[in-house]
Write a protein that binds this ligand. Structure first.
Ligand code: BGC
Length: 995
C-alpha cells in the first residue's frame, strides 16, 4: 500500500515439493477489478505466457499506474512438463505519485512564549573577559538564586555551554555535557523547595585545542518553573546571573555576550556557529473534527512530518506498535511518507483526526556535537482521502483550520530521552466531543526546503514485535536506585506500569553495563542522556512508553517508585526488520549457537530506519564502513532487500556532486569524502543485496551513483594506488595489530569494489562496463603488486590484514599464495592462535583460510574464546557484538556493546561452514553452491535459510557421516562434498553418506 514506483516488480515462490521442480513459464495479470483478472480482460497488464524460469523481480510493463488506485494481480506458472499451476491472486495499491496529488499544507504550532524565550536568552560569560579569546580549560562558574514561595509543581533546567558544563541544583548534580551544541534539559522540580534555591553551572572552556590557542566561550540557560496554580515562569540567562572564575573569587554579575544568534556554538566541522533556535524539544498536539454524511467505502491516510508523528483516527492509533515515523532521511532533500488504510476507523457523522508531533531525527540534536542539520520548527503534513458510499470523494487535509496545543511530552530527543507529564494530558483529545479550549490555530508554513522530495517509504516501519520481561531486579541500595536486568542488550523502549501520588516523578535511565557497585555504567553513552521521566497524574493505574525516543540498553535504573516489581516494566524491542530472522542455526557448539543469536540481536538493535553503528551513545549514525563489512551477514539474518533499497536512497542523497560517497548516510557530518571501506559501502550494499536476493533493480537504480564514486576515486588516484582523497581514512579500524599500511588496505578495497562493479555490470547487461571494471581491477592489481608485494611473497606491513587483503582480492601472484597463507597462519600462531584484524580485515579472515585449505585454522579462530575473538565477547557475557575486541577494558569514550561490524564473520558460517552459498551465475540462490567445510572442531551443524525461492537447509553430522540438504523449488545446486564427490542437483531433499 502507498507504492510510488511507476513500475513495481512482482515476485513469487513455488511451494512444490516435487523433486527437481522447475518453472518453465509464467503469466502475470494486473487489473483494477477482480472481475477483470482473466487473460484477455485485464485493464492494466497481461504479460502473456512468458517462457522463463524467472520468478523474482518481474517488472510491470502495462498501462501507467494511477495514484491511489488499488490493483489486483494474479500469477500462474508452468512447470517443466508444461503443466500450468492455478492462478494465485494478490493486490497492491498505489500511493500519491505526484506532488500535485498533495492537497494538504505543511502546518506548525506557533508558540509565542518559546519564541520570546529564545529571543531573550543571552550567551553570558565572566565579566571583563574577551570571550573570543579564552584560554582552553578556563574554569567559569555561574549562579542563579531562585526564590520560590512554594515548591513548584514542575521545573526544568535548560543549559548549554561551549566546552564542559556540569549543572547543580541546590548542590546536587543534575546534568553534564561536553562540547554539546543544544540545550540540555533536566527535570529539577524534585530538587527545588520553597525559599532560596541555587542553580549553578560549572564550566570549563573548550579544551582539545593546542595550549597556545584560545577559543570563544559562553554559556546560555533557561529555567522553567510552574507553580502550584499552573502558572509558568521562564528565567533566562542574562546580566542578572552571577559569575566567577574560581571558588575563591567573589560573585559578580555575568557579562552579557550576545543573543543566541551570535556564534558561540560549534558546528560539526569545528567552526563557530550560532546557538540553537529552540530551548526545549517538546511535542505538540494537532486535531481536526469533521462530519461525514454517508458511510465510508475507503479511506487512505497519507502522512509525514518534519519531526516525528503519532496519528489517531477517532481515538485509535493508525499505526499501533510503530515508532518514530516517518523515519530518517536527509531532511534537507527528502522526507518519506506513509499510507494507512483507516476505512474501518471512520464512521458516518462526526469524526476526529488527531496527531502528536515530536522532534524525531529532524529536530533532535544529533552527533557527539549535538547539532541540528535542519533548524526550524517541526511540521506535519496529512491528507485523508475518502471515498463515500454516495460515490463522492473528499479529502481532509492539514491546513490552518486545524487546532493545536502543547503535548504532555515536555521533552523528547533521540539521544536525550523523553519527559512525559501525565498531569498535562488532555483527556479525549483524539476523540470526537473534546472541547479544545485554549487550543490555537495551526499555521501553514513551508519546509526549509520548499522543494523537498516527498517519497513513499519503501521498507518496513520501525515496529515492536518482541516484548522482553526483565529477568531480575537489584533493589535500591545506598549507592543506587533499583536496577532491572532485561537479560539482553536490546534497543527500543520500556513500557512502565505504575500507580501513585499525583506529581510523583519517575526516572528511568538506561545502560549496557553495570559498575562494580551495581549502579548503571553510563560513561560510554557520552553526551546521550538516555533518560525518560514520567510524572504521574495520580489517576489509578498508569501505563507509559515513550513516543519519540529509543535507547540501547540491557539495564534500566528506576527511581521514584518505592517497591518496583518485575511487572513494573517491559522491554519493547523496536526495529525496521521482519519479526522472524531468515537464518536459523543449531550446532554442537553452544558458543556458535550463541554467536548466531548475538548477530540477530545486533542487527535488531541497529537496523532502525537506517543501519547504525551503535544504538546507545551520541552517534547512532549511518556509518557506512560498519554497514559495508556487515551487509552480507545482514542479508542472511533477515530479509533486508527493501531496507537496502531505502538505505541506498540515503546513500545517494548523501553523495557529493563530485561523486564522493560519504562516511555516514544520511550525511549530517561535514562534506569530506567517505574513507576507503566506508564510502565503498555504496558498492558493497547493492552488490550483497543483488547476490543475496537476486535483485538487480537495486543495481540498476544505484548504477549511476556507483559509477560516479568509482570515477572519483580514479580521478584522484590515476596511478592506481589509492593514496589521495581518502577523507578520514580509518583504515583497518580497531585492529589489534595497527600496522597494516593505510594505502595498502585502501587500494585493496578499491580492487574489491572494481571486481564487484564488473560482476554487477554483467548482471545488468552492460558489457562495456564489464570490460571497463575488469581493466580497472587489472590496473590496480598491477600497481598493488609493484608497490606492496615483494618477490618472496612479503606484503608491506606483514600483518594478517595485509596478507588477507592481498589474497582475498585475488591480487596475490599465484606463486606467492602458499607463502602468504603460511605467513598468516604463523602470525596467528605467534599471537597465541589469535586474529589481529580490524573492521576491514575481519571479513576476509575465515574465507581466505578456507579458500587456501586451512579451514582447520578458520574453525579454531571461529570457536576460540580467548582475547581477541568473538568467543571472548560471549564468554564475558556479551549478548550483542562489541565495538572493540577488548570491550571489557576499552576506552569508555568509544566503547559500545552493540556494534555489529565484527559480526561480519557469520556470513562465513552460513556460506562456508554450512555451505549455503550462491554466486553471480544464479544470484539470489537460484543456483546454489553447496560446499560445506566440515571440521572435527564442529561435529554437527544445522542451518536453515529462507531464501527468496524458499528455505534452504544444510545439515551435517560427522558422527553418522551424513550430509543432508534441502533446496527449494525452481532452484538447482552444485554440491561439493568434503569427501571430494560433487553433484548437480535439482530441488528437494538430498541425503549423502560421506565416504
Ligand atoms: C563509529 C564506528 C565508525 C567510526 C569511524 C565510530 O565512532 O562508532 O563504528 O565506523 O566512528 O571510524
Amino acid at each position: 500500500m502507498g507504492i510510488d514506483t511507476a513500475t513495481p516488480t512482482f515476485s513469487w515462490q513455488s511451494d512444490s515439493k516435487t523433486m527437481n521442480w522447475q518453472q518453465s513459464g509464467y503469466q502475470v495479470l494486473v487489473a483494477t477489478d477482480e472481475k477483470l483478472l482473466r487473460p484477455g480482460y485485464t485493464d492494466a497488464w497481461d504479460s502473456g505466457r512468458v517462457a522463463s524460469g524467472e520468478s523474482l523481480q518481474i517488472r510491470y510493463a502495462g498501462k501507467p499506474l494511477r495514484s491511489r488506485e488499488r490493483y489486483v494481480w494474479a500469477v500462474r506458472v508452468w512447470d517443466d512438463k508444461g503443466q500450468p499451476s492455478p492462478w494465485v491472486k494478490s493486490w497492491f495499491e498505489m500511493g500519491l505519485l505526484f506532488a500535485s496529488d498533495w492537497k494538504a499544507r505543511w502546518i506548525v504550532r506557533k508558540d509565542p512564549a518559546s519564541d520570546l524565550e529564545i529571543a531573550s536568552v543571552r550567551w553570558i560569560w565572566l565579566h571583563g573577559v574577551d570571550t573570543q579569546h579564552v584560554p582552553p580549560g578556563t574554569p567559569a562558574h555561574f549562579l542563579y538564586r531562585l526564590h520560590l514561595d512554594d515548591k513548584p509543581q514542575a521545573a526544568s533546567l535548560h543549559m548549554l555551554a561551549t566546552g564542559q558544563v556540569i549543572a547543580r541544583v541546590n548542590g546536587q548534580v543534575t546534568g553534564r555535557h561536553e562540547n554539546w551544541g543544544a540545550f540540555d534539559q533536566e527535570e529539577i522540580a524534585d530538587l527545588l523547595h520553597a525559599g532560596d534555591n541555587e542553580i549553578e553551572l560549572d564550566c570549563v572552556s573548550r579544551k582539545g585545542q593546542p595550549a597556545a590557542t584560545t577559543s570563544y566561550a559562553a554559556i546560555a540557560a533557561s529555567i522553567h518553573v510552574t507553580d502550584a496554580n499552573g502558572r509558568e515562569r521562564r528565567i533566562v540567562s542574562d546580566g542578572t546571573w552571577l559569575a566567577r572564575s574560581t571558588d575563591e573569587d567573589t560573585w559578580t554579575s555575568a557579562q552579557i555576550v550576545g543573543p543566541m544568534s551570535s556564534k558561540y556554538s560549534t558546528a560539526v566541522d569545528g567552526q563557530p556557529a550560532p546557538g540553537p533556535d529552540r530551548v526545549a524539544t517538546e511535542a505538540s498536539l494537532f486535531r481536526k473534527e469533521f462530519t461525514l454524511t454517508s458511510t465510508v467505502v475507503s479511506a487512505r491516510l497519507s502522512i509525514t512530518a518534519l519531526g516525528a508523528y503519532v496519528a489517531y483516527v477517532n481515538g485509535h492509533p493508525v499505526a499501533p506498535n510503530t515508532l518514530l515515523a516517518p523515519g530518517w532521511t536527509d531532511f534537507r532533500k527528502r522526507v518519506e511518507f506513509q499510507t494507512y488504510d483507516v476505512t474501518t476507523l471512520l464512521s458516518n457523522g462526526p469524526n476526529t483526526f488527531a496527531a502528536m508531533l515530536g522532534a524525531g531525527w529532524y529536530s533532535s540534536p544529533m552527533t557527539w556535537a549535538g547539532i541540528r542539520a535542519t533548524p526550524g520548527p517541526n511540521l506535519i503534513l496529512a491528507q485523508l482521502d475518502l471515498t463515500l458510499s454516495d460515490g463522492t470523494h473528499r479529502s481532509i487535509v492539514t491546513d490552518d483550520s486545524w487546532l493545536t496545543a502543547p503535548a504532555p511530552i515536555t521533552f523528547s530527543e533521540i539521544y536525550g530521552g523523553e519527559s512525559f507529564d501525565a498531569r498535562l494530558e488532555q483527556k479525549g483529545w483524539t476523540k470526537v466531543g473534546f472541547t479544545a479550549t485554549e487550543w490555537t490555530h495551526a499555521v501553514a508554513a513551508s519546509p526549509p526546503n520548499p522543494d523537498i522530495a516527498l517519497t513513499a517509504q519503501p521498507d518496513l516501519p520501525i515496529s515492536n514485535a518482541l516484548v522482553l520481561k526483565p529477568v531480575s531486579i537489584d533493589r535500591a541500595t545506598a549507592t543506587h536506585p533499583a536496577v532491572f536486568d532485561m537479560g539482553q542488550n536490546m534497543v527500543g523502549n520500556i513500557r512502565l506500569h505504575v500507580h501513585g501520588a499525583r506529581g510523583t516523578l519517575i526516572k528511568m535511565r538506561f545502560a549496557e553495563r553495570l559498575n562494580p557497585d551495581g549502579s548503571i555504567y553510563t560513561e560510554n553513552l557520552r553526551n546521550a542522556d538516555a533518560t525518560d521521566i514520567y510524572t504521574l497524574s495520580g489517576e489509578g493505574d498508569e501505563t507509559y512508553s515513550p513516543a519519540f525516543t529509543f535507547h540501547g540498553f540491557r539495564y534500566v535504573e528506576l527511581s521514584g517508585i518505592s517497591a518496583p516489581t518485575l511487572e513494573t516494566i517491559e522491554g519493547l524491542v523496536f526495529n525496521s526488520l521482519p519479526q522472524r530472522p531468515s537464518v536459523r542455526l543449531s550446532s554442537s557448539s553452544p558458543l556458535l549457537n550463541k554467536m548466531n543469536e548475538l548477530g540477530a540481536w545486533g542487527q535488531r538493535g541497529n537496523f532502525v530506519s537506517i543501519p547504525t553503528d551503535c544504538p546507545q551513545r551520541d552517534e547512532r549514525l549511518g556509518w557506512m564502513g560498519d554497514a559495508g563489512v556487515f551487509w552480507r551477514t545482514g542479508t542472511f539474518n533477515f530479509d533486508i532487500d527493501a531496507f537496502s533499497h531505502k538505505f541506498m536512497i540515503d546513500v545517494e542523497d548523501a553523495q557529493a556532486p563530485a561523486g564522493e560517497f560519504t562516511d555516514v548516510s544520511p550525511n549530517i557530518l561535514d562534506a569530506s569524502t567517505g574513507a576507503p571501506g566506508w564510502g565503498d559501502a555504496g558498492i558493497f550494499i547493492p552488490y550483497a543485496t543483488w547476490l543475496q536476493y537476486g535483485d538487480t533493480s537495486i543495481v540498476e537504480q544505484a548504477w549511476p551513483a556507483m559509477e560516479r564514486w568509482m570515477a572519483n576515486i580514479l580521478m584522484h588516484n590515476p596511478n592506481y594506488l589509492r593514496r589521495q582523497h581518502l577523507g578520514n581514512n580509518y583504515a583497518d579500524w580497531l585492529a589489534p595489530d595497527p600496522n597494516t599500511p593505510k594505502d595498502l588496505i585502501a587500494t585493496a578495497y578499491w580492487a574489491l569494489v572494481a571486481k564487484e562493479m564488473a560482476e554487477m555490470a554483467k548482471a545488468i547487461h552492460r558489457s562495456d562496463d564489464v570490460q571497463k571494471y575488469q581493466d580497472l581491477y587489472e590496473h590496480i592489481a598491477v600497481a598493488y603488486r609493484m608497490a606492496y608485494i615483494q618477490d618472496d611473497g612479503t606484503v608491506s606491513g606483514s600483518t594478517q590484514t595485509a596478507y588477507l587483503a592481498t589474497l582475498f582480492t585475488g591480487i596475490a601472484p599465484e606463486n606467492t599464495r602458499t607463502v602468504m597463507v603460511r605467513r598468516i597462519v604463523s602470525d596467528i600462531a605467534a599471537h597465541g592462535n589469535h586474529l589481529t584484524t580490524g573492521f576491514l580485515g575481519t571479513p576476509f579472515l575465515l574465507p581466505v583460510l578456507d579458500q587456501f585449505n586451512r579451514s582447520d585454522v578458520a574453525f579454531r579462530l571461529l570457536l576460540s574464546d580467548t582475547y581477541p575473538s568473538w568467543g571472548y565477547m560471549v564468554k564475558k557475557g556479551a549478548t550483542t557484538w562489541w565495538e572493540r575486541w577488548n570491550g571489557d577494558t576499552g576506552d569508555p569514550s568509544m566503547n559500545s556493546y552493540n556494534h555489529y561490524a565484527f559480526g561480519s564473520v557469520m556470513a562465513w558460517v552460513y556460506r562456508r561452514a554450512a555451505g549455503i552459498d550462491t554466486d553471480g551465475s544464479g544470484p539470489g540462490y537460484r543456483h546454489l553452491i553447496i560446499e560445506p567445510h566440515v571440521d572435527p572442531a564442529l561435529p554437527q551443524l544445522h542451518v536453515e535459510y529462507d531464501s527468496a525461492y524458499g528455505t534452504v537447509i544444510s545439515d551435517w553430522r560427522q558422527q553418522n557421516r551424513t550430509f543432508t540438504i534441502t533446496i527449494p523449488a525452481n532452484t538447482t545446486a552444485s554440491v561439493s562434498l568434503p569427501d571430494g564427490r560433487s553433484f548437480e542437483v535439482g530441488s528437494g531433499t538430498h541425503r549423502y553418506r560421506l565416504n
